[in-house]
Ligand binder design. Structure first.
Ligand code: NAP
Length: 248
């Protein structure tokens, strides 16, 4: 039997990058997967079509994770259609990088809303059905930048550090109901988000990575699949890096 057979998952921001790799692996592992995106409907449709023959099932819909009401509707949609929600992957995220002296209030608010408030929004609504089930695995996507900081990313680093404190608190609040909450802190992963970095910055990063290469979305998804499965059922409140050793 596939490792995630009979499990129902919601992945935010599944249309591209790390999210699409996560969706692919969860579906291939037998889960019934729902994923959201903000605007890239064509990419979402193509991903759904590419997984038609996979072990599990998949469907996608537009939903802004930063919007509290929309997050509630997304969770209701999953529970009404699948009867439960076992796995929540809060993956959606954005960057609006600039040095602090140039950072506008809007750049701060946009990044905190999309990256941190979104995690509150989805978790808040998912907890009720998970508490009823007395089971659930919540996986939140932070970053090594949330642990170490990064010049030019004060808004992003604050949002990703916030996810860590939030997740550890949730792990403590709901652990007695067998609901787990863990954090993944990727390093530099090849996606559209990191394609924006200029070559000089990339070269400096690569020099600091012991494994001397960027990671792939699939390598992050490997850890998501493990944390989503019962194979990790005694693991909660942890921050696990997928970064080629960058955090040493
Ligand atoms: P990406 O390629 O830019 O994809 C971002 C995804 O999030 C897209 O599917 C996007 O939807 C969705 N999204 C953005 N804002 C949203 C919102 N408000 N509501 C719903 N969906 C939203 O990013 P990525 O590189 O795969 O990153 C995925 C996650 O990993 C992020 O949380 C990021 O911070 C984290 N991370 C990435 C790296 C890296 O090196 N790439 C490193 C550490 C952490 P649309 O396609 O519709 O825009």
């Amino acid at each position: 039997m596939a490792i995630l057979s009979n499990k129902v998952a919601l992945v935010t921001g599944g249309s591209r990058g790390i999210g699409s790799a996560i969706v692919t692996q969860l579906v291939e592992a037998g889960a019934q997967v729902f994923f959201t995106y903000r605007s890239s409907a064509a990419k979402a449709d193509a991903l759904v079509a590419s997984l038609a023959a996979a072990e599990g099932s998949v469907s996608a819909f537009a939903s802004d994770a930063a919007d509290f009401e929309a997050a509630g509707e997304a969770i209701s949609r999953v529970v009404e259609s699948a009867g439960r929600i076992d796995i929540l992957v809060n993956n959606a995220g954005i960057t609006k990088d600039t040095l602090m002296l140039r950072m506008s209030e809007e750049q701060w608010d946009d990044v905190l809303s999309a990256n941190l408030k979104s995690v509150f929004n989805l978790t808040k609504h998912a907890l009720r059905p998970m508490l009823k089930q007395r089971a659930g695995s919540i996986i939140n996507m932070s970053s090594v930048v949330g642990v170490f900081g990064n010049a030019g990313q004060a808004n992003y680093a604050a949002s990703k550090a916030g996810i860590i404190g939030f997740s550890k608190s949730i792990a403590k609040e709901v652990g007695s109901r067998s609901i787990r909450c863990n954090v993944i802190a990727p390093g530099y992963i090849e996606t559209e988000m990191t394609a924006e970095l200029d070559d000089k910055v990339k070269e400096t990063f690569l020099g600091n990575i012991p494994l001397k290469r960027m990671g792939t979305g699939a390598e992050v998804a490997d850890l998501v699949t493990f944390l989503a499965s019962d194979q990790s059922k005694y693991i909660t409140g942890q921050v696990i890096s997928v970064c080629g050793g960058l955090n040493m």
